[in-house]
Ligand binder design. Structure first.
Ligand code: 7TS
Length: 461
């Protein structure tokens, strides 16, 4: 394993993207082929060039084959993108092409398809780095999902850093993936967890956070966007305060990278974790970004092949980062697909994606309030949240609501959304949740409204 990345970074995936040029919509949506050569484009934070027309979700819907299907004989209205997003054709084809044309293991084949697989895998790493403006692709560790990324940090950095009495600060609205790993860690190390409370609107109480910082926490770990309330947290502000108090910062970006421009350098955090399958990529793909010196200092997570440089019977030496953290044969196809998804989103322009979803949230909140009498909507005001609409109808369990909506082809999630402590804090058993992505439209919201009115009619009788 060499110390440097193969030079063919995006080349391998760009070829895959390019192969479907004929299926692309007009340049307004123009995502798929817009991927410029590595290094030639602005950072993802700036991608999406000012002056471009607003994102046209109607034009790009034809990129997503599943959106042309039906559920219960009605057009599928997919409003569960926070659980997992749908996949554009370029991603599906990239996975397909890998298996059809160059399926081989990575970092070992001294033959053509093996080299092609390695180039595509490492090219995907470069695309992901560019997508979040990481300073180097060497700071991107491929994992299966955000859950694995957070567990990796807890099990390596956490187990070597956290000791008796050490404090980790979380928030009351974390997904279980950014809560339970820290519970296990402090149980093992006899440390403590503290929580930044939220307001009833789902905003973080930064005044209380400043008081918690007097406990000199070792880590502050929090979500960038709440999967349940949609709250967008002030990452740069929290990070600056945490750093000033001597804490490191882990950001759970699972619900941010699909929807907002994310520039890890501008945010200033130390660890940034996310899943690929929520950002139009395949399941089984995800990434952990961490500052290089942290990755260098952390012990390995899992052990075996790939992550070693030398092995002797009684001791081994580790590979360079990031491969030190990628034991065993990775999910190569998923990583390649993730790289294509990152390029697709860069091509759309994440600022245009964010503007589209902001506009849709305003429309949804207004329309639901106006058209669905008595609906209870949770979360912060439109300007402070991403494309997530949690709600309840009075006296109807959200599971029943979801079942009625399903009859109309409308897919939402109902339940606790893996945020049980947040539901406890808000004194709720469960909520219904509609969530958006690049392909969501006002008509999707209208279908939700029609379904909710029908649910009200059924349950009133
Ligand atoms: N963090 C946040 C903020 C999430 O929303 C999720 C998944 C995760 C972590 C874990 O992601 P995974 O890919 O490792 O499973 N959230 C949801 C959801 O809201 N509905 O289904 C999964």
């Amino acid at each position: 394993m060499t110390d440097t990345l193969p030079g063919t970074t995006v080349g391998a995936t760009a070829g895959v993207v390019g192969s479907t040029a004929t299926t692309r919509p007009a340049p307004v949506a123009g995502a798929a082929g817009a991927a410029p050569a590595a290094g030639a484009a602005p950072a993802a934070g700036a991608a999406g060039a000012a002056g471009r027309a607003p994102l046209d979700p109607y034009a790009l819907r034809s990129d997503f084959p599943i959106l042309a299907t039906q559920a219960h004989g009605r057009p599928l209205v997919y409003l569960d993108s926070a659980a997992t997003s749908q996949k554009p054709r370029v991603v599906i084809e990239a996975v397909d092409t890998f298996y059809r044309e160059y399926n081989a293991n990575v970092h070992r084949g001294i033959y053509e398809i093996g080299e092609r697989a390695t180039a595509a895998y490492e090219g995907a790493r470069a695309s992901v780095a560019r997508f979040i403006n990481a300073p180097s692709a060497r700071e991107i560790v491929f994992v299966r999902n955000a859950t694995e990324a957070i567990n990796l940090v807890a099990a390596t950095w956490g187990r070597t850093t956290i000791g008796r009495g050490d404090v980790i600060v979380l928030t009351e609205m974390e997904h279980h993936a950014n809560l339970v790993p820290w519970q296990l860690l402090v149980q093992e190390k006899d440390g403590d967890l503290e929580f930044i409370p939220i307001t009833d609107d789902g905003l973080l109480r930064l005044d209380v956070f400043e008081v918690l910082l007097r406990l000199k926490p070792k880590l502050v770990a929090f979500t960038h966007v709440s999967n349940t309330l949609g709250t967008i947290t002030p990452v740069a502000e929290i990070t600056a305060l945490a750093h000033a108090a001597g804490a490191l910062v882990l950001v759970d970006g699972a619900q941010a990278v699909p929807h907002l421009p994310v520039d890890v350098q501008a945010l200033g955090a130390d660890f940034y974790a996310f899943s690929g399958h929520k950002m139009l990529g395949p399941t089984g793909s995800g990434a952990l970004w961490a500052r290089r010196e942290l990755l260098e200092a952390m012990p390995p997570y899992m052990a075996g092949g790939e992550m070693i440089r030398e092995v002797h019977l009684r001791r081994s030496e580790w590979n360079d980062v990031p491969w030190k953290f990628e034991a065993g044969t990775p999910d190569i196809a998923a990583a390649v697909g993730l790289g294509v998804a990152a390029e697709y989103l860069i091509g759309l322009g994440m600022d245009r994606v964010a503007a589209h979803e902001r506009e849709l949230v305003v429309y949804a909140l207004e329309t639901l309030r106006r058209e669905v009498p008595g609906i209870i909507l949770y979360g912060p005001p439109a300007g402070q949240r991403g494309g997530v609409i949690p709600f309840n109808l009075p006296d109807v369990h959200p599971h029943d609501v979801a079942q009625v909506l399903d009859r109309f082809g409308v897919a939402i999630r109902a339940g606790h959304h893996c945020t049980m402590p947040l539901h406890e804090r808000l004194d709720l058993v469960a909520t219904g949740r509609a969530s958006f992505s690049v392909y969501s439209t006002r008509e999707d919201v209208d279908a939700l409204v029609a379904g909710l009115r029908e649910a009200q009619r059924i349950f009133a009788g």
